[in-house]
Design a binder for this molecule. Structure first.
Ligand SMILES: [Zn+2]
Length: 447
């Protein structure tokens, strides 16, 4: 009952909006993959839509009320071989647009609208689940769709960490023997981590989800990219059919998957601009474009993967102070959430929710706090050592000197010698006491 009244009101709101101004398709992007092909319509306003499918031949018909058909669909690159072509058809009325996506075989569509975020405006997303997965592309991965971002937004001086709480909404993730949902644990730890990062000057957290909502695994790295994240941390809890396995682990992108992703990105040469930033212009001037692109993109990926490993090791070191480890080294895997070739990404399994003791621990707020703190400490350490260019921390690092403590030297002596406060040296080095040991390398702030 409540629902039907709500629907009527929602319809009324849409009708009002529809009268306000005519909607426009600004661009159409297709991202094929072996199992699901994604089509994104960039729209001027929030899209209204209805759709239906037709057989012989297979078609998806989308009706967009109060939308013009000025955008040319014939130039849309349809990518893989699921989509035959996109075209307009006669709409129900003159003010509407009817889009037909002709398919080479059956596919199950799911459509949803996305509200503006970052550099992106309103979007209508059409996911086409292929009836013959694996046929569309030789590539096995479904990469995030890549978008040319020609608005060069000024670089935020904060380091941006995208936190991805695993699962959510209709996807509970794993369920513990006492009935704990993984999606609740991951969100709680993600929020604690978010608070710690946001309390740290020079760092900022963004969330792929901040409530109990469903987001597809492919969409998650896309959000990180849209928000210009320097790092993506995905948070999960493991499960096994037996209760014994326990302990945390850290995962990074596997080399095999990386090669696939790289090949996939290279396929769309016109899309390199966004990924490569300033390097894209250089490439455009060269004759051997593909080779250069491959090299630079490869370097970018090598860099992301090396960074992921580096951070992964640090997270493992911190996690083992809090929990037992299931794997003592970062593991390589092919999770969809780790597929952004340009953003270092790690996936942290907090422990086994299928282990009764660990399920109990994970339900304890203080324990989740410790896990979040471990991830935070490792992340902070990682960025202190290798701050991304253009950030506050990179500036600080460039300004700082280091001093190796020699026998007989104390903090107050060093403070005097470098003409800085003892408290500034302590803050710059995260020291809790005045005790320093011989051989310790200290950062000496300039002011
Ligand atoms: Zn999970």
């Amino acid at each position: 009952m409540v629902r039907s009244i709500f629907s009527v009101m929602l319809l009324w709101v849409f009708v009002q909006m529809a009268h306000a101004a005519q909607n426009t398709i600004d661009s159409v992007r297709v991202s094929p993959s072996s199992d699901t092909t994604r089509v994104v319509f960039d729209m001027k306003y929030a899209p209204e839509f209805t759709y239906f499918t037709l057989k012989n031949p297979q078609r998806l018909v989308i009706d967009l009320p109060n939308t013009n058909n000025n955008f040319s669909l014939s130039n849309v690159d349809n990518g893989g071989d699921l989509i035959k072509r996109l075209r307009y058809s006669t709409p129900k009325n003159k003010s509407a647009a009817r889009v037909v996506i002709e398919l080479n075989r059956q596919a199950t569509p799911s459509l949803f609208a996305i509200t503006p975020a970052g550099a992106f405006g309103h979007r209508l997303v059409i996911d086409l689940a292929d009836s013959e997965p694996g046929r569309s592309a030789v590539l096995t991965a479904s990469a995030p769709s890549v978008v040319i971002d020609d608005k060069t937004s000024p670089r935020d001086s904060d380091i941006i960490v995208a936190i991805d709480a695993g699962h959510g909404g209709r996807d509970p993730g794993s369920i513990g023997p006492a009935g704990t949902f993984e999606k609740h644990i991951t969100l709680s730890v993600a929020k604690k981590l978010q608070a710690m990062i946001n309390a740290e000057p020079g760092m900022k957290a963004i969330m792929t989800r901040s409530n109990d909502s469903y987001i597809s695994p492919n969409r998650r790295p896309e959000i990180a990219r849209e928000k210009k994240a320097d790092l993506l941390i995905s948070i999960h809890a493991d499960a096994f059919s037996q209760p014994e396995p326990r302990g945390g682990s850290v995962w990074v992108l596997s080399m095999r998957r990386a090669d696939t992703e790289l090949g996939r990105w290279l396929e769309k040469s016109e899309r390199h601009a966004e990924l490569l930033g300033g390097a894209a212009e250089v490439i455009n001037d060269k004759s051997s474009e593909r080779y250069l692109t491959e090299t630079i993109l490869g370097l970018s990926m090598d860099h992301s993967m090396a960074s992921s490993h580096d951070l992964g090791n640090k997270v493992v070191d911190e996690l083992k102070k809090v929990t037992s480890l299931h794997k003592r080294k970062p593991q390589a895997a092919s999770f969809a959430v780790l597929t952004a070739p340009d953003i270092p990404s790690i996936l942290v399994e907090l422990g086994f929710i299928s282990n009764p003791q660990e399920e109990k621990n994970l339900n304890w707020s203080k324990y989740r706090e410790r896990l979040a703190k471990a991830v935070f400490t490792a992340t902070k350490q990682y960025f202190k050592q290798t701050p991304p260019d253009g950030t506050l921390w990179a500036q600080e690092k460039a300004n700082n000197r280091t001093h190796k403590v020699r026998s007989g030297e104390s903090l107050s002596l060093l403070a005097q010698r470098y003409n800085v406060k003892v408290s500034s040296i302590k803050a710059a080095n995260d020291l809790n006491s005045d005790v320093v040991r011989v051989g310790q390398v200290l950062t000496i702030p300039r002011t």
